[in-house]
Design a binder for this molecule. Structure first.
Ligand code: SF4
Length: 377
């Protein structure tokens, strides 16, 4: 277990100290960094330009300056991002790509032009009909526009070859994480839900070229290890939602006898469960990947597959139930819940719905719900 612990601790340190990790990655790689908002930013384009894409997923923040720009009913990730931007945490970034999947994100694109005018904001708008030919044509043009805008801001350039190489690297990253989460499900209880989360999250803050070998080595160690007797017999579950945060939440999972064997989190598996098909140039592959990505609140899906996909994931991983972690004030996820719940009921899959924020003073109410869910299973 020592090898596993060392590898996890290294990745955990990266994940828990994003500012430091990004500063170190800038130093190590000599690249300029570009911030990438949730969710599905075209990181491959950033990478192809010789830049370092880094995730912007909120985190601990102090103060209340963001209330000047955002209403109280905005999600805690966007409040934290704005607070951190106002505090200067993102001044090391050469540009920031902001998506527009919800009303809050749309407001952020305009708010930040006033709140932090020194940051270069590059918005991106995804097509509603991402599977139709017209949607794909539009999206390819939008990706090229983002690439050109970033190139101008950062004084960089890309070629067909550099884009193809970036898409290949991101596919390798996605396959590596698919394999990692599979290995965790094969050895339920070996690593904690919080450790699993930090291993995945670390990938947002360093160069993927450096991250991939670390996760591959850890996955090999997990496959070779035995689950200690005192970690056997935990309740295997799937978690769904935007994020598995705050850290205390996943600690409660562990304390209540749960182990995460699969996830449908926007910050985790939704980022890597679809691989780009080998068609056309780098942009085409990115367009097709998004067209194939289903079961996500942010990408229009007329067949509403998400609930069925989670049920299938639970069956594949041997999960005994699902915890749906609703991030407070995230409308797209709230709209999905009634449909997802219907599928859980039809499949007679036990589930627990909890509502959390990224920063919470107390988790006691949530703890009671999780504890009770465990006792009922
Ligand atoms: S409300 Fe939901 S979709 Fe919008 S920024 Fe927050 S987490 Fe993302």
């Amino acid at each position: 277990m020592n090898g596993i612990n060392d590898k996890i601790n290294e990745l955990k340190a990266i994940s828990q100290n994003p500012g430091q990790s990004v500063a170190q990655a800038i130093k190590d790689t000599g690249k300029k960094a570009v911030g990438c908002f949730p969710i599905y930013t075209p990181d491959e384009v950033v990478y192809a330009l010789g830049l370092l894409p880094v995730g912007m997923w909120g985190g601990p923040s102090k103060g209340n300056k963001s209330s000047k720009y955002l209403q109280t009913f905005c999600c805690s990730i966007m409040k934290a991002n704005t607070e951190q931007a106002l505090g200067g945490d993102y001044d090391m970034l050469s540009a920031v790509i902001v998506t527009s999947f919800c009303d809050t994100l749309k407001c952020i694109i305009e708010d930040w032009k006033i709140a932090v005018p020194h940051l270069n904001i590059v918005p991106i708008v995804y097509p509603q009909n991402r599977k139709s030919n017209s949607g794909k044509t539009y999206f390819k043009a939008e990706l090229k526009r983002v690439a050109d805008e970033l190139a101008e801001i950062t004084d960089t350039s890309y070629t067909d070859e550099s884009l193809a190489a970036a898409v290949d690297l991101y596919d390798e990253y996605r396959r590596t994480l698919q394999d990692f989460v599979k290995s965790v499900a094969e050895k339920p209880g070996l690593i904690t839900p919080l450790e699993r989360h930090h291993v995945v999250k670390a990938g947002y803050f360093i160069d993927k070229k450096d991250y991939v070998p670390k996760v591959k080595a850890l996955t090999e160690d997990i496959r070779a290890a035995e689950v200690p007797s005192d970690r056997q017999g935990l309740n295997p579950i799937v978690i769904s939602g935007i994020i598995g945060e705050p850290d205390g939440l996943l600690e409660v999972f562990d304390e209540c006898g749960f182990t995460v064997v699969g996830d449908d989190l926007a910050q985790e598996s939704r980022q890597f469960r679809t691989i780009a098909p080998n068609v056309g140039d780098g942009f085409d592959r990115m367009v097709e990947r998004i067209a194939m990505q289903d079961g996500c609140a942010f990408l229009y899906d007329e067949e509403k597959r998400r609930g069925r996909m989670i049920v299938d994931l639970a069956k594949e991983t041997g999960a005994v139930g699902v915890i749906f972690n609703q991030l407070k004030f995230c409308d797209p996820e709230e709209f999905d819940w009634p449909l997802v719940k219907k599928e859980f009921n039809a499949a007679e899959l036990p589930y627990l719905y909890i509502e959390t924020e990224q920063q919470m003073d107390s988790l006691e109410q949530v703890r009671t719900s999780i504890q009770t869910f465990g006792e009922l299973l």
